[in-house]
Design a binder for this molecule. Structure first.
Ligand code: CP
Length: 361
């Protein structure tokens, strides 16, 4: 029995993120179905997804391999429903769906859909589920992807919903590609365990940081440092989550003080689209939270610089040429991990893993 059908929305929405993740895991059984929260991913899922993404990357290098990947899901259709602006998440999901041979529909502007005529989001998403087998959605409304997953689970077309960024709360697939980038970056340096990760910038409104902070708790002895202006420091819910998991963490405001000790710097831009009053972010002096080229001389040689992008002035383009600047690779990793995620949702992971085994013979 689908657990989301047996629990009322009012009860579901009151659960903690971990409790919600348990409900979603129970529904999915051994596999994956709705992807809504970082809390759905434990160490095994992260390792498995990373391995699958790496296999896909290698398979896609040859024409034969690309044709094989493209033969996996030609009968499936995916809807990309992005009611909030996006470049990377939209395009990498589009590319991931193309890699797997899926057919793709999109709604990016509610003013050209019947939402303009007053149709509710629930009815829009139910309509998509009539035509499509999976809905990838980005929305400015926190919790909306969860609500839509619950709505669809209570219909006769319970197609999977993938949260591609919801409000200020979660961006789980960005966190998956961030973890994959860290896995790859530290592959020959003992993995992610034991590393120090510093988050810098607008942490209060950064959904990528919230999701990644949670995923990092799956690793042993990872220290998390949050460097931000007081007004934009990480939220109390993340602090409480880290305390409850006995994670070593620090909050601070002096970026230059921590640069020598870090293994990964995770830069973020000021997210003024969430300003309550127009221009309020402009009053915050963020200049000391930008990455300065002189930091390149102070950082460890093995450290990496990440950014979910888009960026503004927080990383000067002069840094791009340094081999520790991995944000362009990080972006491309999004395509591979999202391909792995969609393949897993549709049960194609074994076929992909077997392809590699056969091709070695
Ligand atoms: N990182 C990220 O979510 O980028 P987009 O907003 O361009 O999708």
């Amino acid at each position: 029995m689908n657990t989301m059908m047996t629990i009322g929305w009012d009860d579901f929405v009151k659960l903690s993120s971990s409790q919600k993740a348990s409900v979603l895991k129970a529904d999915a059984g051994q596999g994956m179905f709705h992807i809504l929260l970082a809390q759905q991913f434990g160490r095994k899922e992260l390792d498995d997804l990373g391995d699958l993404a790496t296999k896909i990357r290698f398979i896609a290098k040859t024409d034969k391999g690309a044709a094989f990947l493209g033969s996996l899901l030609p009968q499936k259709r995916v809807m990309l429903y992005f009611s909030q602006p996006s470049t990377r998440t939209f395009l990498s999901f589009l590319a991931a769906s193309q890699i797997l041979g899926m057919r793709i529909g999109e709604v990016r502007d509610a003013s050209v859909s019947s939402e303009f005529k007053g149709e509710s989001r629930e009815d829009s998403v139910r309509t998509f589920s009539s035509y499509y087998d999976c809905i990838v959605m980005r929305t400015e409304i926190g919790g909306l992807a969860e609500r839509m997953a619950w709505v669809l689970s209570n219909t006769d077309r319970p197609v999977p919903i993938i949260n591609a960024g919801s409000g200020k709360d979660q961006h789980p697939t960005q966190a998956l590609l961030d973890i994959y980038t860290l896995q790859r970056s530290f592959e020959k340096a003992g993995g992610i365990d034991g590393k120090t990760v510093v988050f810098v910038g607008d942490l209060a409104r950064g959904r990528t940081v919230r999701s990644l902070s949670y995923l990092l708790t799956n690793y042993k002895k990872v220290k998390q440092v949050f460097i931000a202006p007081k007004q934009l420091q990480i939220g109390s819910d993340v602090v409480e989550m880290l305390k409850s998991k006995k994670v070593n963490f620090e909050l601070g405001s002096k970026f230059s003080d921590v640069i020598r000790e870090v293994d990964a710097v995770y830069m973020t831009r000021i997210q003024d689209e969430w300003d309550q009053k127009k221009g309020e972010s402009a009053c915050i002096d963020i200049s000391s939270f930008n990455f300065k080229t002189e930091y390149l001389h102070k950082m460890k040689k093995s450290a990496v610089i990440m950014h979910p992008f888009p960026r503004r002035a927080e990383i000067p383009t002069e840094v791009d040429g340094d081999e520790r600047a991995v944000y362009w690779r990080q972006m491309r990793n999004g395509m591979w991990i999202r391909t792995a995620l969609i393949a897993s949702i549709f049960g194609k992971n074994k076929a992909i893993l077997d392809y590699e085994l056969k091709s070695r013979k």
